[in-house]
Design a protein around this ligand. Structure first.
Ligand code: SF4
Ligand code: SF4
Length: 69
């Protein structure tokens, strides 16, 4: 769980290796990969569980503040 509260994962593309582990582990299927580029096409489905941030070896995923609702 994200200790900072309900926020969304943010990708640093310069760190991403395109391994796809974050896409595979997301329980809400809200991450997708376009080639080597990972993105969040369904941010409303993200439950801020932290699985993608934790699984990412090169720390390409970090937390960002959620946009105001
Ligand atoms: S787990 Fe990290 S390195 Fe792998 S595809 Fe996702 S963001 Fe990129
Ligand atoms: S925080 Fe959880 S629900 Fe949100 S994109 Fe990552 S794995 Fe999916």
């Amino acid at each position: 769980m994200n200790p900072m509260g309900p926020t969304l994962p943010e990708l640093d593309a310069s760190r991403c290796t395109g391994c796809g582990e974050c896409v595979a582990i997301c329980p809400m299927a809200c991450l997708e990969a376009l080639g080597r580029i990972v993105w969040l096409p369904r941010p409303a489905d993200c439950v801020s569980c932290g699985a993608c941030v934790e699984v990412c070896g090169p720390a390409a995923l970090t937390w960002q503040a959620a946009p105001a609702a």
